[in-house]
Design a protein around this ligand. Structure first.
Ligand SMILES: [Zn+2]
Length: 141
């Protein structure tokens, strides 16, 4: 049985009040301030450094041409490292993309809908290139 819950509809929110002096109402997504952008850029550069070091270490595992016996173990290790390497490389690519968006002034805009990505999301995931809504829609495809 379908029943429309008309009574459950709130008529007014008693907790909401108008700000007395000067409206402090703001859009959640604002254009990033240069300070915030610097902060995010610093985070990205730090991440890039880490990833580069990890990739460098990973690269040292690629060592073939030894005895037969060691080969099997090495190949197993190699394929583990291969996926790690791919993960690292793709993370590094994301970081580089984010840095180039900062450089070109397009950072913080969703690449699908072109709307600003909320600051909170950018701070949590500085490599984000899409808003949560588009991300969710893309994933659902
Ligand atoms: Zn979007």
């Amino acid at each position: 049985m379908l029943k429309v819950l008309k009574n459950a509809m709130p008529t007014a929110l008693p907790g909401v009040r108008e700000a007395g002096s000067g409206s402090v109402m703001r859009m959640e997504a604002v254009i990033l301030t240069p300070e915030l952008l610097k902060q995010i850029e610093a985070k990205l550069l730090e991440r890039k450094q880490q990833l580069a070091e990890e990739l460098d270490r990973y690269g040292k595992f690629e060592d073939f041409g030894r005895g037969e016996d060691e080969n099997a173990a090495e190949i197993a290790t190699y394929s583990d490292n291969l996926s790690l390497g791919q993960t690292l490389a793709s993370a590094l690519r994301d970081v580089n993309n984010a840095l180039s968006r900062i450089a070109s002034g397009t950072y913080g805009m969703c690449r699908y809908c072109n709307e600003p990505i909320p600051e909170k999301r950018l701070l949590a995931r500085p490599t984000s290139s899409s808003c949560v809504k588009c991300k969710t829609e893309k994933k659902a495809l």
